[in-house]
Ligand binder design. Structure first.
Ligand SMILES: [Zn+2]
Length: 626
């Protein structure tokens, strides 16, 4: 790296011809105020730390960091402020030689949060330590744990031990994680779903009567007294375990007014009353266990007549994952007197492989709304881990962390240059930084094309076309991006696995598009083979089948290679015996494993079809892709 070479020259007393980069070129988040001074330093001198209650403008989290030629000094009003000053200093030290500077840095947002989805996939416990450590370095002060959802519960409750699903945290294990986070000034806030997303409760036989409807067990019935008995016990245990002053009670995407009692209430008093009374009761219950309630905003915002039921000291977490979201709901809630947390997402819905490019815009635009409306802060959510490669999260996460601390202070390309320097130890050309941004355009929506090639092939066979047709131009673009990243790999000094996971993501997308082209061609060849065999044109039928065999044979080794690398990536942070690793559906790694099986079965069937036609039999296209 040029800066390191420069340090070497300096050690021999020569004049350094290359000026070190401006400190903002490698700091994440970018400091809000930085003054560069004469001279350079490697920050290895004495570090003085001082708590000064008089520095009122620093608030509870700000710091001043002076990096002089021989010594550094961090001043803050609190231990937390000193911690953030230290994080900045550590980043400067990693670079080697930097320009002397004074950084005065105060965060733009009070709550800087990331939400992790433990309910849908429990990663190895060490993963949560690893990611909290990284987030703290980027000055995140809150991590929401989405502990419950349809798929299960990631925490043991002593009152209902049957709720905890495989790999769940015991309370003792959770205490250790809470302490680890606290040592890094990160507060863990538990989220317990208390209305919709409730199959973690209703799928337990002895609690199934809490469901709003037997046919739709996804929501709890608000008028069933048992609902409150069970939630009360769970909240009390949660409140006792987590020292945070907040408890997030979920309440998003609920179905209501289905059971006889609820239906009658809705008919008599209207849906807003049912919604409002439930949300009010949930918030009162949270308050009764000594916590400040937080709830998702969607049901409330759909039924605006319910808003005035909700206690004004509740905090509304408003989620909207569109790139060009509206600020109106936030303005509405703020005008009603609520504290609001803005919640963008970097992975959600059916998005696959890695964070999608449009989510960078979602985070950027949400940060603007949060700041313009003086919201409590921003909670960047990361949903459904089994759909993405764990180690691809960091560019998107770092971006969200930077915006939470600094607002939108620089161009995305400048941010990515700083990220490439800090996280990968690169001296990036604009081309490399652009490729690190562009790789996110290779993420994809809709999972049958990517994780279930059997379904995809059948769709193409049945309909002749599908809502996700092959995109050979994306495969071409993917190859260009991967080419740049591959050439860069040998220069990556840190986080090599994370860099390789971005390459893997790009290769998967290129392969998926190539595979989609092949599937279309195979379907067309099978139709021809069927037609020829029916017409008694044996040779033509065999030729079409053999061409299809060639296409599948080309796919199999690439599929096997990608599947094995996905498995390695999975094993780094996820449980090797987790069924999601091998089950298809919307699981990326599992989908690839199943797709490989399908290709091999298809190959065997094609070979059998050739033999059948040779013996003057006919071929039926559908049966080959069954
Ligand atoms: Zn009901």
């Amino acid at each position: 790296m040029t800066v390191l070479m420069c340090a070497h020259v300096l050690a021999f007393g020569s004049i350094c011809a290359i000026q070190p980069l401006h400190p903002s070129a490698y700091l994440i988040p970018i400091p809000n105020n930085i003054t560069v001074e004469d001279g350079t330093t490697d920050c290895s001198g004495v570090v003085e730390e001082k708590i000064d209650a008089n520095e009122v403008r620093l608030g509870d989290e700000g710091y001043i960091l002076r990096c002089g030629k021989d010594s550094c000094k961090i001043t803050a009003r609190t231990e937390r402020g000193l911690f953030y000053g230290r994080q900045t200093l550590e980043q400067l030290k990693e670079v080697g030689v930097v320009q002397c500077c004074t950084i005065e840095d105060v965060p733009k947002m009070r709550m800087r949060a990331v939400m992790l989805d433990l309910a849908r996939l429990k990663e190895k416990h060490e993963y949560y330590y690893h990611i909290i450590d990284q987030l703290a370095k980027w000055k995140i002060n809150t991590v929401f744990l989405h502990l419950t959802d349809h798929n299960g519960c990631a925490l043991e409750f002593k009152s209902f031990p049957q709720l905890a699903t495989r790999y769940a945290f015991s309370q003792e294990e959770m205490k250790r994680l809470i302490k680890y986070a606290e040592d890094r000034h990160v507060e863990l806030i538990p989220e317990i779903e208390s209305w919709g997303h409730a199959r973690w409760i209703t799928s337990v036989p002895e609690l199934s009567d809490l469901a709003e409807s037997k046919d739709k067990p996804g929501s709890l019935c608000p008028l069933n007294p048992r609902t409150w008995e069970v939630l009360g016990k769970i909240y009390r245990e949660t409140a006792a375990l987590f020292p945070s002053k907040y408890l997030h009670a979920g309440c998003d995407e609920a179905s209501f007014g289905i059971c006889d009692k609820c239906k009658a209430k809705v008919e008599k008093e209207g849906p807003d009353a049912l919604v409002g009374e439930h949300l009010k009761r949930v918030c009162e219950l949270v308050k009764s266990v000594g916590k400040t309630p937080m709830i998702w905003g969607d049901v409330l915002l759909t039924r605006r007549g319910s808003v005035d039921y909700v206690p004004k000291d509740s905090i509304i977490c408003h989620w909207d994952y569109k790139a060009d979201l509206s600020s109106e709901p936030v303005e509405f809630l703020r005008a009603k007197g609520f504290e609001v947390v803005g919640c963008p997402a970097i992975v959600w819905g059916s998005r696959e492989i890695l964070p999608m490019a449009d989510t960078f815009d979602n985070v950027t635009n949400f940060a603007k709304i949060v700041l313009a409306n003086n919201c409590l802060g921003m909670e960047t959510t990361v949903w459904i881990p089994q759909r993405y490669i764990a180690d691809t999260l960091y560019p998107a996460l770092a971006h969200a962390c930077e915006l939470s601390w600094s607002g939108n202070a620089r161009s995305r390309l400048d941010f990515m240059k700083a990220f490439a320097r800090q996280f990968f130890g690169l001296d990036p050309s604009p081309e490399i930084s652009q490729a690190l941004l562009d790789v996110h355009s290779l993420s994809i929506k809709g999972y049958s094309k990517i994780t279930n090639v059997a379904d995809y092939a059948r769709l193409v066979m049945e309909k002749g076309e599908d809502d996700s047709p092959p995109m050979p131009e994306v495969a071409e673009k993917a190859r260009q991006i991967i080419g740049i990243l591959r050439r860069t790999l040998s220069k990556v000094e840190k986080h090599r696995e994370e860099f390789e996971s971005l390459i893997l993501a790009g290769e998967i997308r290129a392969y998926v598009e190539d595979r989609a082209v092949a599937v279309y061609e195979i379907v067309s060849l099978l139709r021809k083979a069927e037609k020829y065999s029916n017409e008694g044109k044996k040779n033509e039928a065999i030729m079409a089948l053999k061409r299809a065999i060639e296409l599948v044979e080309k796919l199999v080794p690439i599929d096997t290679d990608l599947s094995s690398r996905l498995t390695q990536a999975w094993n780094r942070w996820r449980y090797a015996d987790d069924p999601k690793k091998t089950e298809a559906g919307d699981n990326l790694t599992g989908g690839f494993a199943k797709s490989g099986e399908f290709l091999r079965t298809t190959l065997a069937r094609l070979n059998a079809a050739v033999q059948a036609v040779e013996k003057a039999g006919s071929v039926k296209a559908e049966t080959i892709l069954e």
